[in-house]
Design a protein around this ligand. Structure first.
Ligand code: FE
Length: 209
């Protein structure tokens, strides 16, 4: 595939742009896990599809770690990012093209782990060794105050569900056939305000490298 010009990313080209990143860099290692980045992202999307999730949730499961590739996006796409945390950066680069539910799942997938470790006694046992290590770096389980605040997330159920697919999508040698992922993309108005009625459904096949 010819690499899309990153300076002209639009709702029409964002899926091809992301597909190209996965094709070129999907074999990157995933933070000490036994799967590659594309295996992990596609396993998450596959788990969502197998669960009968809607398009937005499948897209969120696929894209939750897109923040590890933000150097592929034009620099101005990062202007809204507040720091270098991959979840913030990932949400910032896809925000112009995807609904708030998708970007919220990306933005909060790390905090969702901290939330689940604080509220679900069995959840910690499901973490991989690498995820236990990063949990410490990410602040450990949430405090009671943080849990109370996190419960107010408007897309809490979706965020939690995507986090569980994230955790489950780390199984080596799991076949991930090309995942047909339908994205509901939104285009922003000239003032930067999302036009909720300007949605275009596009389909693509994102193939493993
Ligand atoms: Fe992940």
């Amino acid at each position: 595939m010819t690499m899309p010009d990153s300076s002209t990313i639009s709702p029409d080209t964002i899926v091809a742009f992301i597909s190209d990143i996965l094709e070129r860099r999907g074999a990157d290692s995933y933070l000490g896990e036994a799967v590659t980045m594309s295996e992990h992202m596609l396993q998450g999307a596959q788990l969502a599809e197998q669960a009968g999730a809607n398009d937005d949730l499948v897209a969120a499961a696929l894209l939750h770690d897109i923040g590890h590739y933000t150097n592929e996006f034009p620099e101005n796409a990062m202007e809204k990012g507040t720091d270098n945390r991959h979840e913030e950066a990932g949400a910032a680069v896809i925000a112009p093209y995807f609904p708030a539910l998708v970007t919220d799942c990306v933005r909060w997938h790390v905090d969702a782990k901290r939330y689940l470790c604080a509220t679900d006694p069995q959840y910690f046992d499901r973490l991989s060794a690498a995820s236990v290590h990063t949990l410490k770096l990410q602040g450990g389980p949430m405090s009671d105050e943080e849990v109370a605040a996190f419960r107010k997330q408007p897309h809490l159920d979706a965020i939690i569900q995507v986090r569980k697919w994230d955790e489950a999508g780390k199984v080596p040698s799991t076949p991930t056939p090309p995942s047909r992922t339908t994205h509901r993309c939104c285009s922003g108005s000239s003032t930067g305000t999302r036009r909720s009625d300007a949605e275009t459904r596009i389909e693509t096949r994102i193939s493993t490298p």
